[in-house]
Design a protein around this ligand. Structure first.
Ligand code: SF4
Length: 511
């Protein structure tokens, strides 16, 4: 994927292919490029899967350089390998439970044959030939899947609302406009296993009666876009998309729409406006997109990770899915674990796992024996959870109770050297830049909040400025038109709630 390609994984692959040729091993050794294995901080990663040697099977090398690629191939014949051997049973891997990322890092994302060999598109076949649309919706509802884009709205309920709309033109949209700083879950899924998303969309289309889908993906994800384009072509050629999918009377097409990088276009009504050809700004709801969306037709919008869960739920059943996670948050969640943590990368964990297990066990804690000060979840819409709440289970409701949110899955670890007022200022700067300006509370409020935070950091604020800041946060939260403005105050409110002394220290500078 993109992260490893930036670290020369393509040169590593080329070097290994050359080494296979040089050593005449073409009959025995195949070099396969796969998607993201998740351990981004340690990439590029090379793993050996061997049918002939137990000793070699599962060997795993980290931070492989192009110079080391020959050595890995020579190692298959018993020579010493110069690359760093990693531990494939590391807690970073062993504590994961992969549903959406089950094939990521295992298949070549550019080959539909790899996806089919894993059982790909069988769920679509099962849905179209053995289930009615109502059965599919009932299964998704029973599974308890909630939207993974941030709000956590029940997916089955959304699908059922769409299905109830009168027959006629309907659309399915995959929201791949991932824009939170530090979040790259959707990019990785699209780059590593694009057919899974196409299959999820086709099942959704069948269930709600839509014959056209759009994937709205940000322009900053060129590899994801090119893999999606290839996947769509392959799926059409093999009859999984297009007219009469799988020989049935069902039609379902997918096209890609590339966003221009506005964070607000992740908001569903802004996204629809953007595909519509208008300016990407939100509008008041109702009407909800399920009633009047793209070109005023009923439109179902689900994010990448939500759609990535659909084929496994149809394949394994709602009960299987509902047995994973907690009572109100079923299944798994992908997080991009970043910041001051030893093991950076993507993890997929069952809902309900504690923050401590993620950060300290899987993430290996703070480098150089440092201490965790806070964990920021949910990106600019989320909040900062202090270290004393590390035993909190990670699920929609527990994170909201603490003043943060699940969001789309960004998780940034902060150590004791981090100044929390500066963190709040960073996220506010992001929100004021990304505010579309349509409504006054967000357009003006985010600027005012940013300026107040800057005043605090410069040591020029008075105690009443903190009161003003908090008051402003509440006002912007309650009166903004869309989620961007409603949640922009969260990083400020959560740091005021848990780290007020750091604000007061800046006030003391004035004294
Ligand atoms: Fe635009 Fe902000 Fe208002 Fe949303 S809350 S519509 S981003 S100005």
């Amino acid at each position: 994927s993109t992260g490893c390609q930036a670290a020369q994984s393509l040169a590593v692959k080329k070097g290994m292919e050359q080494a296979v040729k040089d050593q005449g091993l073409q009959e025995e050794v195949q070099v396969v490029g796969v998607g993201c294995m998740g351990f981004c901080g340690q990439g590029p990663i090379v793993q050996i899967d061997s049918e002939s040697s137990e000793a070699a099977d599962g060997l795993y090398y980290e931070k492989v350089t192009p110079e080391q690629s020959h050595s890995i191939i020579e190692g298959l014949k018993g020579a010493e390998v110069t690359a760093n051997q990693g531990d494939a049973n590391h807690p970073f891997f062993s504590r994961q439970f992969q549903i959406v990322r089950e094939y990521s890092g295992k298949i070549d994302p550019e080959k539909i044959g790899d996806y089919l060999a894993m059982g790909g598109y069988q769920s679509l076949y099962h849905a179209v030939y053995e289930m009615s649309p109502e059965d599919v919706i009932a299964e998704i509802t029973k599974a308890g899947l909630r939207g993974r884009g941030g709000a956590g709205y029940p997916t089955g309920l959304k699908w059922a609302t769409m299905a109830k709309m009168p027959p006629g033109q309907k659309y399915v949209i995959c929201n791949a406009d991932e824009g939170d700083p530090g979040a790259f879950m959707d990019r990785s899924v699209l780059e590593s296993d694009p057919h899974r998303i196409l299959e999820g969309m086709a099942i959704a289309g069948y269930a709600v009666g839509a014959n056209q889908g759009y994937i709205y993906v940000r322009a900053e994800y060129p590899l994801a876009i090119s893999r999606l384009e290839k996947a769509i072509k392959q799926a059409k050629r093999q009859g999984f998309l297009g007219s009469s999918i799988l020989g049935s009377p069902i039609d379902f097409n997918i096209d890609i729409r590339v966003g221009a990088g506005a964070f607000v276009c992740g908001e569903e009504t802004a996204l629809i406006a953007s595909i519509d050809g208008g300016r990407g700004v939100p509008r008041p709801r109702p009407p909800y997109p399920a009633v009047s969306g793209l070109w005023e037709k009923p439109t179902l919008i689900n994010n990448v990770e939500t759609l990535g869960n659909i084929a496994p739920i149809i394949r394994n059943g709602a009960d299987w899915f509902a047995s994973i996670g907690t009572e109100k948050s079923k299944g798994t969640k992908i997080f991009s674990l970043t910041g001051k943590v030893c093991n950076n990368g993507l993890i997929e964990v069952p809902m309900g796992i504690t923050l401590r297990e993620i950060v300290e066990v899987m993430g290996g804690g703070v480098p150089d024996g440092g201490k965790v000060k806070a964990v920021q979840t949910g990106g600019p819409s989320g909040g900062c959870i202090p270290a004393e709440y590390m035993d909190t289970p990670v699920d929609y409701d527990s994170l909201t109770k603490l003043g943060s949110m699940m969001g789309s899955g960004g998780m940034v670890v902060m150590d004791e050297s981090t100044n929390m007022v500066q963190v709040a200022q960073f996220y506010m700067e992001f929100c004021q830049e990304e505010s579309c300006g349509k409504c006054i509370p967000c357009r003006t409020g985010t600027v005012q909040m940013y300026e107040l935070l800057t005043k605090v950091i410069k040591g020029k604020a008075k105690p009443e400025d903190l009161e003003k800041l908090e008051h402003l946060c509440q006002m912007v939260r309650v009166t903004s038109l869309c989620g961007l403005g409603m949640s922009a105050p969260n990083p400020v409110l959560s740091t005021l709630r848990y780290f007020k002394s750091e604000y007061e220290e800046f006030l003391a500078l004035k004294a």
